[in-house]
Write a protein that binds this ligand. Structure first.
Ligand SMILES: Nc1ncnc2c1ncn2[C@@H]1O[C@H](COP(=O)(O)OP(=O)(O)OP(=O)(O)O)[C@@H](O)[C@H]1O
Ligand SMILES: [Mg+2]
Length: 276
């Protein structure tokens, strides 16, 4: 199982859209996926149509009052599960800050999932801030997936998150975490700027940037208001195709090491030598 934090402290860059639709596309391919909504705004929760829940967030699990497994809910989609968020998570942030283990609360909370093997991937949808919930996500993650919007100043935001990731590594809370992938979002083929930004980010971050670029489409922005992933809302449109392509690329990057092929002990007799 891999825990992936979908994170960028910059707001509105496509974190939630990417977390939800990449998760749905992975689930469609048979991967067992859990989305953990870590944003008190609950955008990922409503994007899968599950906003009418009360006190179901990770709040008490983070504070040791329950286990993470009690918080997991099935969604309409096969293989896709959710731990929802609501505003009470903002309160958890304050409570956690008072504790000595404030950086590793989420890491400990999610540790059962590493042992029980229920999921292939856990995607953490982070809030747009450098607060306790986001740093906890970085400390709990194997890897960070950073969406970047194709617009001016894209790189400036990246510099900040790179620094925070370094701080988390240096704190000893998670010495392996790094930005494993960058996804360019809201690409507008009609503007020169979008292409220039993608080029610039690729120059700096090379193969960490996914080949798949997510286009700007009205459908992707409409889907959450219907509580649907893009695969349900417009399954054959460019947005769905892009997130399916991203899922393929993601799976290639996360493929388990190929098993060693043990040569057969004796060669199979060929048809000529075989007795009839
Ligand atoms: N590829 C896209 N094409 C069109 N609209 C998009 C696309 N991706 C995201 N959006 C829209 O842009 C807005 C911001 O996207 P999203 O909520 O995914 O970003 P975010 O980084 O999670 O934001 P926040 O920082 O507030 O959590 C939303 O209204 C969303 O529907
Ligand atoms: Mg969001």
């Amino acid at each position: 199982m891999k825990i992936i934090a979908v994170a960028n402290q910059k707001g509105g860059v496509g974190k939630t859209t990417t977390a939800v639709n990449l998760a749905a596309a992975l689930a469609e391919k048979g991967q067992r996926v859990l989305i953990v909504d870590l944003d008190p705004q609950g955008n990922a929760t409503s994007a899968v149509g599950m906003q009418d829940l009360e006190a179901e967030s990770l709040y008490d699990a983070l504070l040791g009052g329950s286990t993470v497994t009690e918080k997991i809910l099935p969604t309409r989609l096969t293989n896709l599960f959710l731990i929802p968020a609501d505003l009470d998570l903002a309160g958890a942030e304050i409570e956690i800050a008072r504790r000595d283990d404030h950086l590793t609360r989420l890491q400990s909370t999610l540790s059962i999932l590493r042992e029980d093997g229920t999921f292939d991937f856990v995607l953490l949808d982070c809030p747009p801030s450098l607060g306790i919930l986001m740093t906890n996500a970085l400390a709990a993650a194997d890897e960070i997936l950073t969406p970047i919007q194709c617009e001016y100043f894209a790189l400036e935001g990246l510099v900040k998150i790179v620094r925070v990731v370094e701080q988390v590594r240096n704190s000893g809370a998670n010495d392996k975490v790094e930005i494993g992938g960058i996804v360019m979002t809201m690409f507008d083929a009609r503007t020169k700027l979008s292409g220039q930004v993608v080029q610039e980010v690729r120059t700096h971050f090379a193969e960490r940037v996914y080949d798949t670029v997510i286009p700007r489409t009205v459908r992707l922005s409409e889907a959450p208001s219907f509580g649907q992933t893009i695969l349900e809302y417009d399954g054959s449109g460019t947005g769905a195709l892009a997130y399916r392509a991203l899922a393929n690329e993601f799976l290639k990057r996360h493929a388990p090491a190929a098993p060693t092929i043990v040569p057969a002990l004796s060669p199979t007799p060929s048809s000529e030598t075989r007795e009839t």
